[in-house]
Structures are given as C-alpha cells and as structure tokens.
Design a protein around this ligand. Structure first.
Ligand code: GTP
Ligand code: MG
Length: 468
C-alpha cells in the first residue's frame, strides 16, 4: 500500500493541545525511540534503579531532559518507554511528559529532533498504527472523530467505532457479497452446462430482503444522529438592524460578529459554533433581508436565501419595538415552507403588555420574546432551540453509526445492491448483477481502506492534527 510517508524512521511531535496547561507531552515513535531518550534523559536520584527505570517497559520514570548538543537542562519530566508491537503505533514509542506551555514544549520537541527524530506529519502516528495492523481504517477515522466530537453523543458513537464494530460488520457484509457473487458466477456456468432454469432470482430476493435493509439501517442511523455529529445548522434571519448579530454574540458568550447601529452591518455569512444543552449548534449570522441597491449587500442577501436550504432551523428575528412591518410579513411569507422559531428582540424597549401579535400565518411557529442587549429571556430561547432538535433517540448509540464518508460509501454500495437485485429478480441478468456486486464490494473496500493507492488514506488523514 502506498503510504505517502517513509516508514521506518523515527518521528516525534507534541501530542497535547497548544496553549497553557499543567502538562504537555512529546511523543516519539520508531526504531530509535529508546536510543533518543537515552541521549536526552537523565533519571533523578542518579541511582542505578532509577536509571534502569526508563528501560523498563510501560513504567513512568522521573528525571531531567538535557539538550543533546549543549547539555543545557530543558525540563523536569516523566518519561515512559512502550516497546512495539504492543504500543499505539505498533512501533517502539516513548512519551516525555513535561510542563505545559508553548515555550517549554517547543524546547523539549527541539531537543528530541536534535537527537535524531523527524517531525511527524499530521496523523502520522495513527497512520503507522494502521499500517502496522494495530487498527483498521474505520478505527483510525474513529480517532479523528473522537477528537473532533462536538457533543457527548458524537463522542459515544466514535468510541463505539473505535472498538472496531463497524469494521467487523462491514467486513462480514463484504464476505457475504463475495459469496453471493461466487454463487451467481457458478449459477451462470451451471445454467449453461445443464440448460436449466437457474436460481438467480432467489439470490436477488436474498440481496433485496436481507442484505440491502442492513445497509439501509446503518445509513438511517447516520441520518438520525447527523446533527449530533456535524452540528445542527441554524440560520438567523430578519430585517437589517433587528439584532441578529447581537443574539449570536450572546449565545456564543463572546463578541464573534460585528454589531453596530448601522443597518446592513453583516454582509457575509458567518458561522459560529455553540453547544447548548449538549447539542452542537452552528449559527449562521446573515445579512438583513430587504430590497437593497447596494451590490455588496445584495450578494449577501442572495447568499442568505440560497443558504437557508442547508439549515435545519431558521431563527426569524423581529424588532419588537418597531412592531411587525410589511418587510417582516414579506420575510414570513418567504419562510412559510421552513422550520422556524420566531424571536421578538429589543423587548427592553417595549412597554409591558405591548408585545406584537404574530399574524395567523406564523401561528404554528414557537415564539420567544427577548432582549439580546439586556440579556433577557435568553434561557427561554435556549430551551426552545434545544426542543426544536429533540426528536427522541431513534438509534441507540451502541448501534453501528457511520461517519459522513462511510455513509456516502454505504449508500453507493446500497445503490449497487438494489441494481443487482433488480437484474437478478427480472431473470437472466447474472453477468450484469455480478458487475454491480463487484462495485458494491469496492465501496466497502474503500470503507475498510483496502483499496490500493493513497488517495483514500490522504483524504482521511488530512483531518488529523499533528501529534496523533
Ligand atoms: N435596545 C436594544 N437594542 C438592541 C438589542 N439587540 C440589538 N440591539 C442594537 O441594535 C443595533 C443592531 O444590532 P445588530 O446585532 O448589529 O443587528 P443585525 O440584525 O445584525 O443588523 P444587520 O447586520 O445590519 O442586519 C445595535 O445598535 C444593537 O446594539 C436589544 O435587545 N435591545
Ligand atoms: Mg448583523
């Protein structure tokens, strides 16, 4: 298999997140990992037993790292050696646990590189684990999905895939498809020899009734969990100056987008991710909807209209102090086919009891009355937002839930299974059905990373961070 990386050299990277932190870890993997540690590490105490500690597998050893060239003391650390093949990568792995913080860790990494390691590429540790047979591609992807998880549910789903269950089920399905294909080929030869009716139709029924529904279920699981995996998309729309950007800043709890008293401030779509009640929501701030002569603003408004199709929910904001005007009614009409939550903003300027009354055509939409500026009633709005996406748990998290890439390949596989079943059941389509099944197996091979060539691998590992 093409890897895109030379394998066999020793790589190193900072494995912990950037920024201030109590502890930071530099990870080293490859045949020279232990030798590199010996060049840098001086165990504390100076006694024989401590020196031996670092040569003892999977035991943390306290000591100091010195620069291999200058001898300068760099950090007080705990070091551990995890010999292959029972390590994350399957190779000899060394971890040096130093103090967190950008400068300390960079100095530590620099010392490791000076002692003979090469800086790892993004995802290279996991890629080595894959190439050394420690994990399969579905597990490698699960590692990235776990790191990127935007909700507790996404975390559980990725954790389940990390155990290898999806890979096992896909592998089993692949074997079944190869068996069915072998039987089709045999039937074709057999029918020629005996000039008898073949049993191809029964195989068509088997594919349609037993194999295709299983794939359909996995795809449905993704679709049901999609919002938790990718984030629910919410567009905030309304007339210019009603307070859309102010609301997004409030929900994000920081000044993410520009707010001014000038109408037409927001011109482009700006996405802001927020986690509300365990639900990952991606809010999009939009340009105010109205007739505009300004060409830049008009482009922004057109983009908003196109973007709405991608959103699961539209927050439709109205200036409660100004009341519901003709433009609001016009936007309301425009949103009729969509899932909408109406937000009356600027309630701080509205006299008690003077809240606007929504027209009949908005009656089925829930309403929240808030003040983004004064932080009023935002809790109520958050509850309504969360409720808008709560559909009950359609799929248990310990079911097979693929990620988006896997889902696309599963749906390609399903299409080919259906085509094969149709040909077989119609009678006489053995050869063509066999080709469809070969392509279906190809889709599953891509899920498992069995296909030659590094493009699939590159696609997967591009998502990784350095140090994983
Ligand atoms: N009194 C009051 N003013 C508010 C409230 N929310 C926003 N504003 C003010 O209204 C003005 C417009 O706010 P923005 O958040 O920029 O409005 P917008 O809808 O994003 O405007 P555009 O991007 O121009 O479409 C600013 O001066 C805000 O401070 C509110 O709840 N009460
Ligand atoms: Mg704005």
């Amino acid at each position: 298999m093409a890897t895109g990386f030379p394998i066999g050299d020793t790589i190193a990277a900072i494995a912990t997140a950037r920024g201030r932190g109590a502890i930071g870890i530099v990870k080293v993997s490859g045949p020279d990992a232990l030798r590199i540690l010996h060049r840098l590490f001086k165990p504390s105490g100076g006694g024989g037993s401590a020196a031996a500690g670092v040569n003892e597998a999977r035991r943390l050893c306290h000591g100091w790292i010195r620069h291999p060239d200058s001898g300068e003391r760099i950090d007080e650390v705990l070091a551990v050696w995890m010999p292959g093949p029972r390590s994350y990568t399957g190779e000899d792995v060394v971890e040096i646990h130093g103090h967190g913080g950008g400068q300390a860790l960079t100095a530590l990494l620099e010392a490791v590189l000076s002692a003979g390691a090469r800086l790892a590429e993004a995802g290279e540790f996991t890629r080595r684990a894959l190439l050394n047979g420690r994990i399969d591609l579905t597990q490698a992807e699960a590692v990235a999905d776990l790191i990127d998880a935007r909700s507790q549910r996404a975390l559980r789903i990725a954790g389940r895939r990390l155990e290898g269950e999806l890979g096992r089920q896909v592998e089993a399905m692949r074997q079944e498809l190869l068996d069915v294909r072998a039987r089709i080929e045999a039937e074709i030869d057999f029918a020629e020899q005996l000039e008898e009716e073949s049993d191809l139709q029964a195989l068509g029924v088997l594919i349609r009734e037993q194999m295709a529904p299983r794939l359909g279920r996995w795809i449905a699981h993704y679709d049901a969990a999609r919002g938790y995996l990718e984030g629910f998309k919410v567009a905030v729309v309304g007339r210019p100056n009603v307070g859309k950007s102010s609301l997004i800043n409030r929900l994000a709890k920081k000044e993410r987008v520009i707010v001014t008293e000038i109408p037409g401030t927001t011109r482009d779509l700006v996405e802001v991710s927020v986690n509300l009640g365990g639900m990952p929501l991606t809010f999009t701030d939009t340009a105010g909807l109205h007739e505009s002569r300004d060409p830049v603003e008009r482009i922004g408004i057109q983009r908003t209209q196109r973007y709405l199709d991608e959103c699961e929910l539209v927050v439709f904001m109205v200036d409660a102090a100004a009341g519901i005007g003709a433009q609001d009614l016009c936007i309301g009409e425009f949103l009729q086919q969509r899932k909408v939550l109406v937000v009356f903003n600027k309630m701080d300027l509205v006299a008690p009891g003077k809240r606007p009354k929504p027209p009949e055509s908005w009656a089925r939409w829930p309403v929240a009355a808030i003040s983004a500026r004064c932080d009023e009633n935002l809790d109520e709005l958050e509850t309504l937002l969360v409720q808008a996406f709560e559909k009950g748990e359609e799929s248990a998290d310990d079911d097979i839930v693929p990620n988006l890439r896997q889902r696309e390949l599963l749906s390609g596989c399903l299409e080919r299974l259906n085509a094969a079943a149709e040909r077989l059941e119609a009678g006489g389509g053995g050869e063509l059905a066999s080709i469809e099944l070969a392509e279906a197996v190809g889709c599953l091979d891509q899920i498992l990373g069995r296909r030659e060539g590094s493009d699939v691998m590159d696609q997967v590992f591009r998502r990784f961070c350095i140090g994983k």
